[in-house]
Write a protein that binds this ligand. Structure first.
Ligand code: COA
Length: 337
């Protein structure tokens, strides 16, 4: 297990100049799922808090979702696509194994001078991307970055498996990262952690070099997301609690200073456990998993954008982002807006 912690003291601080998100049009409700698998709206709602999720169209790939979210973030930041120097897409559902989804996004958006690559850190991916952008832009290698969490999980879910198919959805969220030169908001702390020993708890077994999907011993089921839900739940609660406390402490703050908590949107019961530990008021927590389910790397990014656009984040507010996912991975970031 590794944990890396850093504060923004040794380089130029960075801030978020704009956010954006995009959700596909099609809404799939719990009632819709009742027709195809042995489940119920009551079970899904009480066990997870999820009521609906969005499903991308067949010809709408992860890069399309990502580009639409990215365009909105660029517009809000007031930065031309042509001026973006770095694009990082966090995803576990890339358009293709290679090239990276970020390369398609570069073309969709016309960010023609941007260096573009993907990172795979599952639900923690957007916060991993934030840290990569913080050090890259803060260290001076790039003058700005567009970071995007985007997923088309509907393409990697077994729609006959009630243990997983009710949990996930599609979507994308984005942020533009720039240096904070006049003290107008900045990333105060960033914490990342990984425990590869637990890699088997949540994965997509097929499609990689360990099990190419072209071989005859690769049944279709290996192409889908597999999860030991109860085990993952326990790890999620512990890791997100620790990442939250570590992040707040590294920022030199206490939980009382946090104006808004934006947690990964996987399960309301996981969020409740974190809120209880941090003693943060329930109304200071942003939740949208009821509408979108778990969108993995996109979840925190979409929630950040919605919270921002709804006016839940004001200049000077200190907000805590925290996530957990396959890997296992976890991450937190404390941002002064
Ligand atoms: N509808 C109805 N019943 C279901 C069901 C569904 N969609 N999914 C599972 N069940 C059943 C199970 O088969 C089990 O039945 P059994 O007792 O007869 O064996 C029962 O419900 C309880 O299953 P269990 O897995 O113990 O439920 P749970 O309370 O742990 O909730 C999860 C399951 C998946 C919602 C929960 O474990 C979870 O959220 N885990 C973490 C998920 C997560 O965060 N993943 C991504 C990481 S970011």
């Amino acid at each position: 297990m590794t944990d890396s912690a850093s504060t923004a003291q040794t380089m130029t601080p960075v801030r978020i100049a704009g956010t954006g998100s995009y959700l596909p049009e099609r809404i799939m409700t719990n009632k819709d799922l009742e027709k195809s698998v042995d489940t119920s709206d009551e079970w899904i709602t009480t066990r997870t808090g999820i009521r609906a999720r969005r499903i991308a169209a067949e010809d709408e790939h992860t890069s399309h979702l990502a580009a639409k979210a990215g365009a909105k973030a660029l517009e809000q930041a007031g930065i031309d696509a042509a001026d973006i120097e770095l694009i990082i897409v966090a995803t576990i559902t890339p358009d293709t194994l290679t090239p990276a989804t970020a390369c398609y996004v570069q073309q969709h958006l016309g960010c023609l001078k941007a260096v573009a690559f993907d990172i795979s850190a599952a639900c923690s991916g957007f916060l991993y991307a934030l840290e990569m952008a913080r050090t890259s832009v803060g260290g001076g290698a790039f003058k700005n970055a567009l970071i995007i969490g985007a997923e088309k999980l509907s393409a990697f879910v077994d729609w006959t498996d009630r243990n997983t198919c009710v949990l996930f959805g599609d979507g994308a969220g984005a942020a533009v990262i720039v240096p904070s030169t006049n003290g107008d908001g900045r990333v105060l702390s960033s914490q990342l952690g990984t425990d590869g020993a637990q890699a088997g708890l949540l994965n997509i077994p097929g499609g990689g070099s360990a099990c190419p999907m072209t071989t005859e011993n690769a049944p279709e089921s290996l192409a889908y997301l597999a999860m030991q839900g109860r085990e993952v739940f326990k790890h999620a609660v512990n890791a997100m609690k620790k990442a939250s406390i570590d992040g707040i402490t590294a920022a030199g703050l206490t939980p009382k200073d946090i104006k808004l908590l934006i947690p990964h949107q996987a399960n309301l019961r996981i969020i409740d456990a974190i809120v209880e530990r941090l003693e943060i008021n329930r109304e200071d927590v942003f939740i949208n998993l009821d509408k979108y389910g778990n969108t993995s790397a996109a979840a925190v990014a979409i929630a950040l954008d919605e919270a921002h656009r709804e006016g839940r984040i004001q200049r000077g507010d200190k907000i805590l982002l925290v996530a957990f996912g396959a890997g296992l991975t976890w991450a937190s970031a404390v941002i002064e807006w």
